[in-house]
Design a protein around this ligand. Structure first.
Ligand SMILES: [Fe+2]
Length: 388
């Protein structure tokens, strides 16, 4: 069963990207291509400590480009952090942004770019195609293999007053250049590698079963599922193996190209709601929810899930729909267990009484729209309950 006509009109957007070891060193050259005179480096304290911000600084210096650094960023970047960064960009007369970090730094950098050009509060841009003016030139250097914010048309910003994540989706949010250097992922702790790796897998799965998928997004989603399933546990066993790091970074890129254009589903809607309330990192939220959502979603696109199972390397020949579902769920649970992702909602402080609030917010998330099975609020509550 196909979930829609694959030959419908479909748009595909992606930034220019350079993939490979050492691409981080091109930051200065690309900034110069944009005629940058003063760059705002957007990063976080962990990345400064790991030395990657310094590599960017050295590259900018080599091209005679001035810079200053904004690093007041927390996981799940907050609207006030974006506004603070935008003020610094404006007051310091910066003309280009280089984001180096995980999804939080990159999303915050996108937010700063939006505010710098549009001169309004970041939360006013929530929704699809609400950003009027293009961002200043923005170069993104991802340091996790999962987020893919460096190639996507999404920026997720937390409204800390409402404890809600707000999605800004626009072609204008696609960065100008992504410098995707797998070397930068070698400084991630193993648990972050595990959670961001599962996030990558979820991007690819949700894009593949999305109602807005296309033949082009399918190609990227399938390859991302194949790579992430094959290499996640290997890279956790050998964190310094560059072949494995490269394969996971490629999985992240391909999943990003897929989900940026096909959008996502209920796992992300529920993870956004959860991250807004608890401030738990995005990858971990998805990792806790992925199998419970798959259990619900499977009957919305069983043939597509069978192809996902094949791409995960499972031998599903001769299996009926019920046992295909069982095999995929068993494989995801094996991946989580061996990656030492053992948390459940209860272990991150969620109780039964939080569920109606979480479900209500998840139902309003934009990612619900493209889910292969249309949920009602009660369905979402049940999924949260099962993940408790
Ligand atoms: Fe994600």
């Amino acid at each position: 069963m196909e979930i829609h006509n694959k030959f419908e009109l479909r748009k595909f957007v992606a930034p220019e990207f350079i993939f490979g070891e050492g691409s981080i060193n091109l930051a200065g050259q690309y900034a110069r291509n944009f005629n940058a005179r003063r760059v705002l480096i957007v990063t976080d304290p962990g990345i400064i400590q790991a030395g990657w911000a310094k590599v960017v600084e050295t590259s900018l210096e080599a091209h005679g480009i001035g810079f200053l650094t904004f690093s007041n960023i927390t996981p799940n970047p907050k609207a006030e952090e974006v506004m603070q960064g935008a003020e610094l960009f404006h007051n310091s007369r910066c003309d280009c942004i280089v984001a180096v970090g995980g999804g939080s730094s990159i999303d915050c950098a996108k937010g700063i770019g939006i505010v710098a050009s549009n001169r309004r509060h970041i939360l006013e841009f929530e929704g699809v195609d609400k950003v009027q003016y293009s961002m200043p030139p923005i170069i993104c250097i991802p340091t996790t293999a999962g987020t893919a914010a460096d190639v996507s048309q999404f920026a997720i910003i937390t409204d800390s007053n409402e404890k809600l994540k707000k999605a800004i989706v626009s072609k204008v949010v696609v960065p100008d250049v992504a410098l995707i250097d797998p070397t930068t992922t070698t400084t991630m702790p193993n648990y972050l590698t595990a959670c961001t790796g599962i996030d990558c897998l979820v991007h690819a799965i949700e894009a593949f079963v999305s109602n807005a998928s296309s033949m082009i997004t399918d190609v990227h989603a399938m390859e991302a599922i194949r790579l992430a399933s094959k290499y996640l546990l290997r890279v956790l066993r050998e964190p310094n193996n560059m072949e494995y790091r490269t394969k996971m970074m490629m999985a992240s890129l391909e999943a990003g190209l897929a989900f940026s254009n096909a959008s996502l589903g209920v796992t992300h809607a529920m993870a956004h709601s959860l991250g807004g309330l608890t401030d738990v990192a995005h990858g971990e939220c998805n990792s806790i929810l992925v199998d419970h959502v798959l259990e619900f979603n499977f009957k919305g696109a069983p043939d597509r899930y069978a192809r996902i199972g094949d791409a995960m390397g499972l031998n599903l020949k001769g299996e009926d729909t019920k046992s295909i579902k069982k095999s995929i769920l068993a494989e995801i649970s094996r991946l989580k267990k061996e990656a030492k992702i053992n948390n459940r909602l209860s272990s991150i402080g969620i109780g039964f009484s939080d569920i109606p609030y979480l479900a209500k917010n998840a139902m309003h998330d934009i990612c619900v729209v493209t889910n292969p099975r249309k949920p009602v609020e009660k369905d979402i509550e049940v999924i949260y309950e099962e993940a408790l």
